[in-house]
Design a protein around this ligand. Structure first.
Ligand code: KIV
Length: 263
């Protein structure tokens, strides 16, 4: 029996055991990740790797609710995070209304919101209304168009100070943990040691409180591009292609199905 993480056990892990987070978008993969990972993120990255779009911006609330329900069905013993899509938390009342949908329509344990100091009042509004929040600072995929690309953060002293201020503002607003993405490793380490909540890194080096990867990247299934920080643990695309090629060949040659596959 897998013991489900709680906000309290996640927070207690800081400085002790690195936390393992992975994305999932459906019940099948979520069920495979459950025994190894502490937290499953239903990331809006599904808009790229699942829906085939070039960025996350067009992901909708309906999509996130659908996929979060599926992940919750497949991983009943996992701590599940639902990413709030672009445009659904631009003000306090929209943020609360949409987060309530997540809590009422799915079994997710918290929502994730991109942004630092500028989003602190929204995080505060959610946490003071019973919504658990995971923050997300550094490189913000939902800002890709306004920033003109995916830009690594923490390259200057000013950026370092601003990231520390972001992390503190999100912590003070009541977030129980935060994701830090695309930040220089030494700066991410400094950010992690500036707050008491766990800081989970993606492309932000080893000296933070845990790591998150997009599952289709680390399983080698997403071939469009591979960021430098991704480690491919298996060449999933090659394995799948070879298996499906073999299936197609066997159907054509009538090698499949055989007696054992027949009623
Ligand atoms: O959407 C997502 O998968 C994420 C991760 C990159 C952290 O936000």
């Amino acid at each position: 029996m897998i013991k489900k993480m709680t906000i309290s056990s996640i927070q207690k892990a800081k400085g002790k055991t690195p936390l393992v987070m992975i994305t999932a978008y459906d019940a099948l993969f979520a069920s495979l990740f459950e025994s190894s990972c502490d937290m499953i993120l239903v990331g809006d990255s599904l808009n790229m790797s699942f829906a085939g779009k070039s960025d996350t911006l067009s992901a909708t609330m309906e999509q996130m609710l659908y996929h979060t329900k599926a992940v919750c069905n497949g991983a009943k013993n996992s701590f599940i995070i639902c990413d709030m899509p672009f445009g659904t938390y631009t003000n306090k009342s929209d943020a609360l209304m949409n987060s309530i949908k997540v809590f009422q329509q799915t079994e997710a344990d918290c929502v994730k919101i991109e942004g630092g100091t500028e989003k602190a009042d929204i995080v505060k509004h959610l946490t003071s209304n019973g919504i658990a929040v995971c923050g997300h600072i550094g490189l913000l995929p939902q800002s890709v168009r306004s920033e003109g690309g995916y830009k690594v953060k923490g390259k200057t002293n000013a950026e370092c100070l601003s990231l520390i201020a972001d992390a503190r503002a999100i912590e003070d607003a009541g977030a129980f943990c935060l994701v830090i993405e695309g930040v220089k490793a030494d700066v991410a380490e400094e950010v992690a040691s500036s707050v008491d909540i766990p800081v989970i890194g993606i492309g932000s080096g080893a000296n933070v409180d845990g790591q998150v990867l997009v599952f289709s990247d680390m399983l080698g299934l997403f071939e469009e591009f591979t960021p430098k920080f991704v480690k491919k643990y298996v060449d999933g695309a090659k394995i799948v292609r070879e298996a499906v090629d073999k299936y197609a060949d066997e159907v054509k040659s009538k090698e499949f199905p055989q007696e054992i596959h027949t009623y």
